[in-house]
Write a protein that binds this ligand. Structure first.
Ligand SMILES: NC(=O)c1ccc[n+]([C@@H]2O[C@H](COP(=O)([O-])OP(=O)(O)OC[C@H]3O[C@@H](n4cnc5c(N)ncnc54)[C@H](OP(=O)(O)O)[C@@H]3O)[C@@H](O)[C@H]2O)c1
Length: 258
């Protein structure tokens, strides 16, 4: 790391210190209670289970999905408002921001994710599909965070959680699903970086690997079901604070290697 960069990081950390203390106190006063939870990819899989559980716990859930008319499971839930948004499309996300205005958001869960194209190996690559995987898995979580930054700041003590994957860890040497793995590695890096800057807003940022889960993406022979994954994710989220911002966790509470 060059000296100039190190000096900038030291300055950022220093600038954050008094505010961190201040926000922690604000959080304690609120008893860490959540009220408005925004979840992307809420119509099926892990996102749907998280939506059900946050709503059942009495939170107002802003459930985002591409096709709300077809989201029968969501539309049947109390405390859930369903919004049609395509997270990889800037105009669509901007329209949602227009609809929600300045409403404070306590918790943003970037859950929507795509496995990428059929061809994504060392031998063959669908480059358009790779770009789409990046749009959904990497850029969309960042766009959501950026678009709703003021809403999160207004909530005081807010959290931004991105559901990433162990397959984005540099530590894991599985040479498969190049597009998916690289898009998750990239979102890990970008969330780690932005956690430094969002600390000044009082917003904590974290990455969570949900486990290998029985969903359309994870397949029927995956290790755990959505109930176990979502319960674990919620418990991890409860424990996340500004002190640990920028962390990479597993659904079961263990720290994930980068
Ligand atoms: N299942 C696992 O084993 C596993 C392991 C590690 C990480 N993850 C991560 O966990 C998250 C949830 O996955 P899941 O297992 O619940 O998958 P899933 O059942 O396949 O659901 C994926 C969700 O993402 C949405 N989505 C996909 N492409 C989209 C796009 N282009 N624009 C907007 N939304 C899009 C889907 O919406 P539509 O219904 O409109 O397609 C759906 O709501 C993902 O980020 C995934 O990478 C899963």
């Amino acid at each position: 790391m060059c000296l100039g960069t190190r000096a900038v990081l030291v300055a950022v950390r220093k600038a954050q210190e008094p505010r961190l203390e201040c926000r922690r106190n604000a959080n304690e006063e609120k008893g860490n209670s959540m009220s408005t939870v925004m979840i992307t990819g809420a119509n099926r899989g892990i996102g749907l289970e998280l939506t059900k559980r946050y709503a059942a716990a009495g939170n107002d859930v802003l459930a985002c999905c591409r096709d709300p008319k077809a989201a029968n499971d969501l539309n049947a839930l109390d405390h859930v408002s369903t919004y049609g948004v395509s997270v990889a499309d800037g105009d669509s996300v901007a329209a949602l921001k227009g609809e929600l205005g300045d409403r404070p958001i306590d918790l943003l869960i970037n859950n929507a994710g795509a496995p990428g194209p059929k061809q994504q190996s060392a031998l063959e690559m669908d480059y358009d599909g790779w770009a789409e995987a990046f749009a959904v898995n990497t850029m969309a979580p960042f766009r959501m965070l950026q678009t709703f930054r003021e809403n999160l700041k207004a909530a005081e003590g807010a959290k931004v959680i991105t559901i990433t994957s162990q397959m984005g860890a540099l530590d894991l040497n599985w040479p498969l699903m190049y597009a998916y793995c690289s898009s998750k590695a990239a979102v890990n890096k970008i969330m780690r970086m932005v956690s430094l800057e969002l600390a000044a807003d009082g917003t904590a940022v974290a990455l969570i690997h949900p486990g290998h889960v029985k969903t359309d993406m994870g397949g029927a022979s995956a290790e755990i079901d959505v109930e176990e994954s979502a319960a674990g994710i919620m418990s991890v989220i409860d424990g996340i604070s500004l002190e640990g911002t920028g962390c990479f966790m597993k659904w079961n509470g263990e720290v994930h290697p980068w």
